[in-house]
Design a protein around this ligand. Structure first.
Ligand SMILES: O=C(O)CNC(=O)[C@H](CS)NC(=O)CCC(=O)C(=O)O
Length: 280
């Protein structure tokens, strides 16, 4: 059995320039490593936030060239000896290598090990086409993104990780599938709107932790991105009992971390063995 290790949730207020976002991400990853984290998790759209050249970026990521977001993350992982879960980035190709048609991209959450090798890729399955009903108005994520269709888990030093992104959080069946695939902890890198986050962020995260008895690491965007765009923040780590064990309660960039205790996971699952009690 793997030992208990510390993981970090990195909160950002990403701007519209990739380069500046990467400079900020580097500082926060360093801070996570200094805090003793073995795995650091970046938020959704950490590098390309409302970027106008999404398709172009997706193509450069598909070519995997020097200067790409992926080359940055791989380099940082190796330099810091840190596993990195890179929230989401635009990918111009599908996992099978075919090009995403119609000028769209995939929202891919990729995982690098502490040697700087990419070990997993998950493409966001549920896309945020919704009416938020305040100044932030209508979101039509599917105009720019193609949904993924594969459930992804990967073994990490903190246990088997299940991957999800932001709006996926509203679909409990995905988390059921992740638990079925052996997930012991789940990441939910996000860019939740301020309005929906205030109402739903914490209860949804805690419900997923409680019903599937997993640790949850949920780094969010948190702050004012421009006059119209405000995200909720409150990045948090939740234990399998549903308690919030670490939270960034202020807006703005920052790092929170917690040790994912493997014994606590086992105890929670054996005390209330819901997994064995399923009947449907
Ligand atoms: O807008 C951008 O530029 C960045 N992309 C996002 O923020 C993504 C897709 S629009 N946001 C969400 O999925 C929010 C979900 C959410 O807030 C909820 O489920 O309530």
């Amino acid at each position: 059995m793997t030992a208990s290790v510390s993981v970090a949730a990195i909160q950002m207020v990403s701007g519209f320039e990739v380069e500046q976002n990467l400079v900020r991400a580097r500082e926060l990853l360093e801070q996570a490593a200094e805090d003793g984290a073995r795995v650091a998790v970046l938020p959704e759209n950490f590098a390309a936030f409302q970027n106008r050249r999404l398709a172009e970026l997706g193509q450069s990521e598909a070519r995997g060239e020097d200067g790409s977001i992926q080359s940055f993350v791989g380099r940082e992982a190796a330099r810091l000896g840190l596993w990195i879960v890179a929230g989401s980035l635009p990918m111009g190709t599908r996992p099978d290598g075919t090009v995403v048609p119609d000028g769209r991209v995939r929202a891919a959450c990729m995982v690098w090990n502490d040697q700087g090798e990419r070990v997993a890729r998950y493409d966001k399955i549920h896309l945020f086409d919704a009416m938020v009903g305040d100044s932030q108005g209508r979101y039509q994520e599917s105009d720019l993104f193609e949904p993924g269709d594969e459930v992804v888990t990967v073994d990490t030093p903190a246990g088997r990780l299940g991957i999800s992104i932001c709006y996926d959080l509203r679909f409990p069946e995905l988390y059921r599938r992740l638990r079925e695939a052996g997930a012991e902890w789940v990441v939910v890198p996000s860019a939740f709107t301020h309005r929906t986050g205030e109402a739903h962020w914490e209860p949804l995260l805690r419900a997923r932790a409680i019903e599937d008895q997993v640790w949850i690491c949920a780094p969010n965007q948190g702050g004012q991105h421009d006059e119209r765009r405000q995200t909720w923040g409150h990045s948090m780590i939740i234990d399998p009992w549903g308690s919030v064990v670490a939270e960034r309660s202020e807006d703005g960039p920052g790092v929170v971390s917690a040790v994912l205790d493997r014994d606590q996971l086992a105890r929670t699952r054996s005390a209330i063995p819901v997994w064995e009690h399923r009947r449907l």
